[in-house]
Design a protein around this ligand. Structure first.
Ligand code: CAA
Length: 261
């Protein structure tokens, strides 16, 4: 029996798939679900046999329809702030996992759902997906870092329009503005996410993880510091067996056999 009431988790061939599984509420993020996700991320963080993570939602309709409105309805200001801080910390943990994380967005990604997708590294989305930050229609701002990650992904002007109107956009529009990396037919969503995971998995794992760290850290630094950080991770790669193998294979005109070491 699963140890989680609101999540499914399986690992196949080094790919860990987290399915948010609260279909009665369109996978809305309540406290129990977020606590379970927080705990699962601690497990994934320590298990480097999991090389890539995919995050998706159960059912055909929804990735995540936001934070749970019934739970938030009667919150005080302090409770709201603490709930926001908790959600932010879980998404920060997801974003900082050493392993690459792919969101397979199967339907509604609204509010906290859009914020969850944005905390993932790459978003592959079904043509049925819908994105938005509808918080202003509920009398709140986004609380799980949507005001910060959305402008970093789509630019300040487009982010402000989405945030001020609460408009919901379709998959093609999300792709056009850079919120989605790729749009695929619904039935091809998981195969496309797995194919991308397999491709990333075939590369030198330490180098991939260091690319992730350099991009994430660099975006919070000035250019000079980010470039200096890159020099450090670049140097670190030369201490890996995969760097020796990758470059030797090139010189010997053969395919590299990476070991992740
Ligand atoms: N919280 C709690 N329950 C939710 C929910 C949410 N965010 N979203 C959907 N549900 C529940 C509905 O209440 C409904 O439950 P019942 O069957 O018990 O009535 C069930 O899921 C199915 O939803 P609908 O009947 O509404 O389905 P629909 O197809 O008519 O509409 C929808 C789908 C457009 C996604 C609509 O459910 C909706 O607008 N949901 C809320 C979206 C939203 O505003 N999200 C932002 C939340 S605030 C936030 O996330 C803050 C933050 O940044 C942390």
């Amino acid at each position: 029996m699963s140890q989680y009431n609101n999540l499914l988790f399986e690992v196949n061939n080094g790919i860990g798939t987290i399915t948010l599984n609260r279909p009665k509420a369109l996978n809305a993020l309540n406290c129990e679900l977020l606590t379970e996700l927080n705990n699962l991320l601690d497990v994934i963080l320590k298990d480097q046999s999991i090389q890539i993570v995919i995050v998706t939602g159960s059912g055909e309709k929804s990735f995540v329809a936001g934070a749970d409105i019934t739970e938030m309805k009667d919150m005080s200001a302090i409770e709201g702030r603490n709930w926001g801080k908790f959600g932010q910390s879980v998404f920060e943990k997801l974003e900082s996992l050493p392993q690459p994380v792919i969101a397979a967005v199967n339907g509604f990604a609204l509010g906290g759902g859009c914020e969850l997708a944005m905390a993932c590294d790459i978003r592959i989305v079904s043509e049925k997906a819908k994105f938005g930050q509808p918080e202003v229609t509920l009398g709140i701002t986004p609380g799980f870092a949507g005001t910060q990650r959305l402008p970093r992904l789509v630019g300040k002007g487009r982010a402000k329009e989405l945030l001020y109107t609460g408009d919901v956009i379709d998959a093609q529009e999300a792709y056009r503005i850079g919120l989605a990396n790729k749009v695929v037919p619904a039935e091809e969503l998981m195969p496309a996410a797995i194919a991308l995971a397999e491709k990333i998995k075939s590369r030198a794992a330490v180098a991939v993880q260091l690319c992730k760290a350099a991009v994430n850290k660099g975006l919070n630094m000035d250019l000079e510091s980010g470039v200096a950080y890159e020099a450090e991770v670049f140097g670190l790669c030369f201490a890996t067996a995969d760097q020796k193998e990758g470059m030797t294979a090139f010189v010997e005109k053969r395919k590299a056999a990476f070991t992740g070491k």
